[in-house]
Design a protein around this ligand. Structure first.
Ligand SMILES: Nc1ncnc2c1ncn2[C@@H]1O[C@H](COP(=O)(O)OP(=O)(O)OP(=O)(O)O)[C@@H](O)[C@H]1O
Ligand SMILES: [Mg+2]
Length: 272
């Protein structure tokens, strides 16, 4: 299923003792507490756990998209020897969308309805690869769109988001997130809004991106059978804390924590 791809040992990202605490509502609210994890080169790491357990906050922290004014942040997120949690804005912008990019659940809200698809897919190149000419950017965008499974990418390039189906929009998001060949792709419930067939296609696409480009993927989902199929390793979160972490086999076949057990019990047995 997923044992055939090789995971190099070198960590690409290391989170140490991450703590994220909101202080904007008068009373502090801890979103993530003492989270440590390692993301290896070329691996797909699943993040599961009940609503409000801190999955998205962790994802945003890795992607450099946290609103730091509303938060007290502790610990460190090391990428390339740089602490993304405490580095300056310009350093963060250097990585964001180029080395580390993110896709979200609902592509309609992340795409600008007034901008043609091509412009949006090219954005990371406009920001991070100023050495490219307009023609080279377009070529790269169309290549990324084709790789993301969009038929006739040249046509789609000139379209607007409302002209596309939900599945196509998610493919556009993936093309935009991968056009600069990031080392890390964070996917926060990327298939939740899609029908089952399209969902399966998007999962196949993520697997392909991982296998062909060696892109490390952080895959957040409530769908444990998808996580089981796709992810090499899994982390289980509850109330901001990682209660369990291990290979997919370890976590799904031999859960140690009662909470993990309850999640696993809810998966149809045919999947395990
Ligand atoms: N702006 C905010 N102000 C205060 N607390 C917040 C804010 N945003 C999120 N939180 C809190 O942070 C915690 C973690 O939220 P997060 O969005 O990471 O959960 P999640 O695991 O992604 O949930 P879901 O599965 O529903 O997407 C929650 O308890 C939430 O109440
Ligand atoms: Mg979330």
């Amino acid at each position: 299923m997923h044992g055939d791809s090789v995971i190099a040992d070198a960590p690409i990202l290391q989170i140490r003792n991450l703590r994220l605490e909101f202080h904007d509502h008068g009373h502090p609210e801890v979103a993530v507490e003492d989270l440590s994890l390692t993301l290896h080169r070329g691996e797909i790491l699943g993040v599961v756990g009940e609503s409000g357990s801190g999955k998205s906050m962790t994802a945003l922290a890795i992607a450099g998209l946290l609103n730091r004014h509303a938060l007290d942040c502790g610990g460190e997120i090391l990428f390339d020897g740089v602490d993304l949690l405490h580095c300056g804005r310009s350093t963060l912008r250097h990585y964001q969308g180029d080395e580390i990019s993110m896709i979200f659940q609902e592509p309609m809200t992340s795409l600008d309805p007034l901008q043609r698809i091509g412009m949006q897919v090219e954005e990371a190149l406009r920001i991070h690869h100023k050495e490219l000419s307009a023609a080279e950017r377009k070529e790269a965008a169309i290549r990324a769109m084709g790789a993301a499974g969009l038929a006739e990418p040249e046509q789609v390039y000139g379209m607007y988001p409302h002209e596309l189906s939900g599945g196509m929009r998610q493919r556009v998001m993936i093309a935009a997130a991968t056009v600069s060949r990031p080392q890390i792709l964070i996917a926060d419930e990327p298939t939740t809004a899609l029908d089952v067939t399209t969902q399966a296609q998007i999962i196949a696409l993520l697997r392909q991106i991982n296998a062909e480009d060696g892109t490390a993927i952080v895959f957040i989902s409530h769908d444990l059978s998808l996580v089981r199929q796709l992810c090499h390793r899994v982390i289980v979160m509850r109330r901001g804390v990682a209660v369990e972490m291990g290979t997919s086999d370890e976590v799904f076949l031999n859960p140690r924590h009662a909470y993990t057990q309850s999640l696993v019990d809810a998966i149809p047995k045919v999947v395990l």
